[in-house]
Design a protein around this ligand. Structure first.
Ligand code: XIL
Length: 370
């Protein structure tokens, strides 16, 4: 295993060196940037990011940064239902296949994302739910997509964001098209169908806002643990939990406290592997000055990750992008002063920011995984 990791890093470093030879101006800064995946691997962890192929088309420097920093990756778009299919039952895997080929060629594991979600559905799904029946639509989709990639993925986010205290249900489930059309057992059915279609991928429940130690986050934690107990009692094949961790600077005070660590402990006690899956920090409420802003963002990365990594069941840190040049936060939660957002570890010129160093330091002081 150790040899495998060293070989992988060696090959990656060779390709980074080849790129540096073509970009002498970047040499000093990049040479000083230790790949986060290497620091993670030294502790038995993985480090990665989401990626959309268009970013690599726009910037070969970004592609090189990605390959050097990451040993795990999530397709930002390419495996979502509306990226795969615009007509009933007709699937186009071209971009998703390219994504997997790119990752495989660069020794990067792939997190499949995502099979069952209330969002990113093609227009044809809603009418079919009422005529053909929800369960058939859902299971056909899982068989088709998980079957297509069987044996090639590290994990699947089988269900995504299925809890919502705002739906005001005692079980905490989101009042989604899947719940409405498949019944409350749709999560169980989704995991069983995914397991039959791909016997190798780790099967993950990916969820947002679990990391918040406020009323909303605590309600989600309680609902998840209760639902997990039921699923595990029925021997449903579920292997892990993903914590999205789209953090907001203004919520710094409800991040990484003892109740969060206790929750991670409860997941671990139930045998769950834990993944931080979509980490970024929204900076809309922070000062305009880049230095002060980067420092505040870095402190949040550091605080959240050091609390997370104290739990040995946490196996990977995946950020939702690497560079501020390519972040969904620019559209999702832009700054009111119109300045570019700075939510990620590398700046828009691919140089490491304070957040990079905070992640690096947290990895260096993480406990060794078995
Ligand atoms: C986001 C992408 O980053 C955007 O480009 C897209 O427009 C919307 O989806 N939770 C998830 C991710 O699970 O798939 C979402 O990704 C962000 C929130």
């Amino acid at each position: 295993m150790a040899t495998g990791i060293n070989r992988r890093n060696f090959i990656k470093e060779l390709s980074v060196l080849a790129w540096l030879a073509r970009a002498p101006g970047q040499l000093a800064a990049q040479a000083a940037t230790i790949p986060l995946q290497r620091l993670a691997a030294e502790k038995g962890l993985m480090f990665g990011s989401c990626l959309a192929l268009k970013y690599c088309v726009q910037s070969s420097a970004y592609q090189q940064l990605f390959v050097s920093q990451c040993d795990i990756a999530t397709p930002e778009l390419h495996m979502k239902w509306n990226s795969l299919s615009d007509q009933p039952g007709v699937y186009d895997f071209e971009n998703a296949d390219k994504f997997v080929a790119f990752c495989t060629a660069n020794h990067i594991r792939v997190r499949g994302h995502t099979l069952v979600w209330h969002d990113a559905l093609p227009a044809w799904v809603a009418p079919q739910l009422t005529t053909a029946g929800g369960q058939k639509i859902m299971t056909d989709h899982i068989r088709k997509v998980a079957g297509h990639f069987a044996g090639k993925l590290y994990s699947w986010d089988v269900v995504n964001e299925v809890l919502d205290p705002g739906s005001h249900r005692p079980d905490g489930l989101r009042d989604s098209p899947w719940l409405q059309n498949c019944g409350v057992d749709y999560i169980e059915l989704a995991f069983r169908t995914a397991a039959a279609a791909d016997r190798n991928a780790l099967l993950v429940w990916n969820e947002n806002y679990l990391e918040l130690s406020n009323g909303f986050g605590r309600a989600k934690r309680t609902a998840m643990l209760t639902l997990l107990d039921g699923l595990l009692a029925r021997e449903v094949p579920i292997h892990g939990v993903g914590l999205e961790a789209h953090l907001r600077a203004e919520q710094a005070t409800v991040l990484g406290d003892a109740s969060y660590e206790a929750f991670l402990g409860e997941l671990a006690r139930r045998g769950m592997k834990i993944f931080i899956t979509e980490l970024d920090v929204q900076d809309v409420t922070l000062p305009a000055a880049a230095g002060a802003r980067d420092q505040a963002v870095a402190e949040i990365y550091g605080r959240f990750l050091s609390a997370s990594l104290r739990q040995p069941a946490v196996r990977a840190i995946v950020t939702w992008g690497l560079s501020d040049a390519f972040s969904w936060i620019a559209g999702y939660r832009p700054r009111k002063d119109g300045l570019p957002v700075r939510p990620l570890p590398f700046d828009a010129n691919f140089q490491p920011k304070a957040a990079y160093y905070a992640i690096a330091e947290t990895l260096k002081s993480a406990v060794q995984r078995g």
